[in-house]
Design a protein around this ligand. Structure first.
Ligand code: ADP
Ligand code: ADP
Length: 226
């Protein structure tokens, strides 16, 4: 099954800027997929359309069996998003953040608590479960963002520049978590401007530049050509 099918996707912002120009992409279920490109290429715009934060100008997007236009809520329920920016209420406790988020997705409280506990243990945040999120280290904040995105058990995890501004040690430790999540069966799409990140994690890759896909291939063939 395809996790994602994008056909003839265009986005022109109200300013007149053509951010996406006829994007066509598919991502298989189970894949670890990179959308690689320089700043301003259109990566965030693409992701924001998938998560319904930005409206597309034209084209179609299908997430698993859900058409984004006609089955928006179903499509949204399939996706967990890790945004670029840490956007928590810093005074809220770590576990509470996860349980609250589960509530937004309609996960019953009885299921939300154990689900939060599993994620806290998986992501090495168990000891911090009663800590206010603003007191976490940078790495822990990133992991909390991943845990929050996973709390409703999404089939597709989307990360927008997950390791931008992160030191190499933390970046590598995040790669380990992301590989584990993918191995447990979650499809992952990440945007990055580091080829090294895509190379280390991803099976398939699309390169975007000035709103157009300029490459769409598997990682091995790309590296053989470089
Ligand atoms: P839409 O067409 O999706 O409604 P708009 O063109 O109205 O989007 O822009 C949404 C907001 O983003 C506006 O407040 C706009 O000022 C702001 N914005 C404009 N240019 C940029 C940019 N280059 N990067 C980020 N935000 C921008
Ligand atoms: P990336 O994530 O690859 O850095 P973006 O999708 O953020 O690229 O931006 C693609 C292009 O669209 C850039 O030229 C950016 O300035 C522009 N852009 C992004 N958001 C807006 C907006 N809200 N309004 C107008 N232009 C925008």
């Amino acid at each position: 099954m395809k996790a994602l099918t994008i056909e003839h996707l265009n986005k022109t912002y109200r300013s007149g800027l053509e951010a996406l120009n006829d994007i066509n992409l598919t991502v298989d279920e189970g894949d670890f997929f990179a959308l690689l490109g320089p700043n301003g290429a259109g990566k965030s715009t693409t992701i924001s359309i998938l998560t319904s934060l930005v409206t597309k100008t034209s084209g179609s997007v299908t997430i698993f069996d859900a058409d984004l236009d006609n089955q928006t809520e179903l499509a949204k329920s399939y996706i967990g998003l890790v945004p670029q920016e840490f956007n928590f209420n810093g005074f809220e406790q770590v576990k509470h953040i996860l349980v609250t988020q589960a509530g937004y997705y309609g996960v019953p409280a009885k299921e939300a608590e154990p689900r939060a506990d599993v994620l806290l243990k998986q992501l090495g945040l168990w000891e911090k479960r009663h800590t206010a999120s603003r007191s976490l280290s940078g790495g822990m904040k990133r992991r909390l963002m991943i845990a929050r995105a996973l709390v409703h058990n999404p089939r597709l995890l989307i990360l927008d520049e997950p390791t931008a501004g992160v030191d190499i040690e933390l970046r590598r430790s995040m790669w380990v978590f992301l590989r584990e999540i993918n191995q447990r069966g979650t499809t992952i799409i990440l945007t990055t401007h580091y080829l090294e990140e895509a190379e280390n994690l991803c099976r398939n890759i699309a390169i975007i530049d000035k709103g157009r896909i300029v490459e769409n291939t598997d990682m091995k063939s790309l590296l053989n050509r470089l």
